[in-house]
Design a protein around this ligand. Structure first.
Ligand SMILES: *[C@@H]1O[C@H](CO)[C@@H](O)[C@H](O)[C@H]1NC(C)=O
Ligand SMILES: *[C@@H]1O[C@H](CO)[C@@H](O)[C@H](O)[C@H]1NC(C)=O
Ligand SMILES: *[C@@H]1O[C@H](CO)[C@@H](O)[C@H](O)[C@H]1NC(C)=O
Ligand SMILES: *[C@@H]1O[C@H](CO)[C@@H](O)[C@H](O)[C@H]1NC(C)=O
Ligand SMILES: *[C@@H]1O[C@H](CO)[C@@H](O)[C@H](O)[C@H]1NC(C)=O
Ligand SMILES: *[C@@H]1O[C@H](CO)[C@@H](O)[C@H](O)[C@H]1NC(C)=O
Ligand SMILES: *[C@@H]1O[C@H](CO)[C@@H](O)[C@H](O)[C@H]1NC(C)=O
Ligand SMILES: *[C@@H]1O[C@H](CO)[C@@H](O)[C@H](O)[C@H]1NC(C)=O
Ligand SMILES: *[C@@H]1O[C@H](CO)[C@@H](O)[C@H](O)[C@H]1NC(C)=O
Ligand SMILES: *[C@@H]1O[C@H](CO)[C@@H](O)[C@H](O)[C@H]1NC(C)=O
Length: 360
């Protein structure tokens, strides 16, 4: 396939500037790489604005940066490709990543992309945000070369057909703030080197086949706001007491695993949590009175465990509680009177107390 760009149009008419040949040929090769990729898509009509005649900077989903080098010399380069929810059908393998060295954002969420994540993606060395989520069919494993994209702050690969283990090398992405690998087929443990990702705010690993225990190194993730590993089925071991160090935690989702041991007292050191989902595990022991410290708590799901003892009266302090599920445990004693004072409480479920049923 021969793709030629009219250099003149690019340099003068469309840019209203007078770039030197080097500056214009850069954007030209970037545009050429994108048109070559477009030609491999099954849905080319969705990118009608992508033509030889217009500047790539004017194409749907493309953002450029114009850098004034000298009074009459602009360097133009593509910095963002945002083509979410477009219905694009094709593969990533046919995109020449080497031609896009200045790309900051690549967002292809909610399309119909298939095939694998090519190792060559590591050529996008300036990338800050990569979103390939909800394509359903992106397959294969995470290439370890992805760990070379050390500027990444957001990596969203959730909702695909990805498999294999989570590469340990991911710990090199020390600028990550948001990592979502949920709803895939990942196996193996959560690498303990995750403790290196100290800037993480959001860590979503739910709906995989992950096993092993929650690494104690999690206490390094002092910026974590949401941690979700629900419905992996194979996470074992206890809730590490060091979870109590995650003072910014808003939401902790551990439901639907095989987590055992006690609910750590140290959870009471947290102030912020609005949501605790510990249901459908193998937790035993009592409900620690320290949970009464979590006065911002709105959702407390403890159902489907082996919890014994009585409901501590400190639960009365949870003035923001909306949903309290303690059903399918083995709690005894009476319901604390003060629960009636929790004016925001919409659902209080004790159903099936005493008759532990496995829901797995
Ligand atoms: C982009 O399109 C607008 C009109 O929609 C036009 O005025 C402008 O010159 C174009 N810019 C480039 C860089 O092609
Ligand atoms: C990707 O784009 C979608 C809109 O299509 C947006 O909702 C989402 O937040 C973007 N992803 C990232 C990581 O910014
Ligand atoms: C990819 O782009 C680079 C840089 O523009 C270029 O040197 C290389 O030949 C391209 N590769 C292919 C297969 O087109
Ligand atoms: C999903 O991945 C598996 C192997 O990892 C493969 O056998 C299967 O064909 C993939 N499904 C789709 C729809 O790509
Ligand atoms: C990743 O980076 C390392 C060191 O910077 C380099 O040796 C390696 O070739 C890179 N791998 C890929 C696939 O880009
Ligand atoms: C942890 O992150 C630092 C950068 O903050 C990096 O130099 C180091 O290699 C990382 N360690 C591991 C085990 O990945
Ligand atoms: C985290 O919590 C554990 C157990 O509560 C404690 O021993 C440890 O000193 C804490 N670490 C940090 C870094 O705060
Ligand atoms: C939390 O609650 C427990 C028992 O109700 C109490 O002893 C403790 O001082 C409270 N505060 C912290 C930070 O754990
Ligand atoms: C739970 O069930 C046991 C046994 O049926 C009963 O003794 C106990 O009072 C119940 N606890 C609550 C809080 O309803
Ligand atoms: C519930 O509220 C009533 C009236 O506001 C108060 O008298 C009572 O002490 C409260 N009960 C508990 C257990 O906090």
């Amino acid at each position: 396939m021969l793709l030629l760009f009219p250099l003149l149009l690019f340099s003068n008419v469309y840019y209203n500037v007078v770039p030197m040949a080097t500056a214009s040929s850069k954007i030209e090769s970037q545009g050429r790489a994108l048109l070559q990729w477009k030609a491999t898509l099954q849905t080319q009509h969705l990118l009608n604005s992508w033509t030889f005649e217009t500047s790539p900077c004017n194409w749907t989903g493309i953002t450029c940066r114009y850098l004034l080098l000298h009074p009459h010399l602009w360097a133009t380069t593509i910095t963002r490709i945002q083509l979410g929810e477009m219905g694009l059908d094709g593969k990533l393998e046919t995109l020449n990543f080497s031609a896009l060295p200045s790309l900051r954002v690549l967002n292809l969420t909610a399309n119909n992309l298939h095939g694998s994540i090519p190792a060559a993606i590591s050529a996008l060395s300036k990338l800050i945000s990569l979103d390939l989520s909800h394509n359903n069919q992106i397959s294969g494993s995470i290439p370890s070369s992805l760990a070379n994209l050390t500027r990444l702050e957001r990596l969203h690969l959730n909702g695909n057909n990805l498999s294999g283990t989570i590469p340990r090398e991911i710990s090199r992405l020390s600028n990550l703030q948001s990592l979502s690998l949920s709803q895939n087929f990942f196996i193996g443990p959560i690498p303990s080197v995750f403790g290196n990702l100290t800037k993480l705010n959001f860590l979503y690993l739910s709906g995989n086949n992950l096993g092993g225990s929650i690494p104690v190194e999690i206490h390094n993730l002092v910026n974590l706001k949401e941690f979700d590993i629900v419905y992996n089925n194979y996470i074992t071991g206890p809730i590490p007491a060091s979870v109590g160090n995650l003072t910014k935690l808003n939401s902790l989702g551990l439901a639907g695993n095989q987590i055992s041991g006690l609910i750590p007292n140290e959870l009471g050191k947290l102030v912020n949590p609005k949501e605790l989902y510990i249901n459908q595990n193998n937790i035993n022991g009592h409900i620690p009175p320290s949970l009464g410290n979590l006065t911002n708590l709105e959702m407390l799901y403890l159902w489907g465990n082996y919890i014994t003892g009585s409901i501590p009266h400190e639960v009365e302090n949870l003035v923001n509680l909306k949903e309290l599920f303690i059903s399918l445990n083995q709690v005894t004693g009476s319901i604390p009177h003060g629960i009636g004072n929790l004016t925001k409480l919409e659902i209080f479920n004790l159903w099936g107390n005493g008759s532990h049923l496995s829901v797995r």
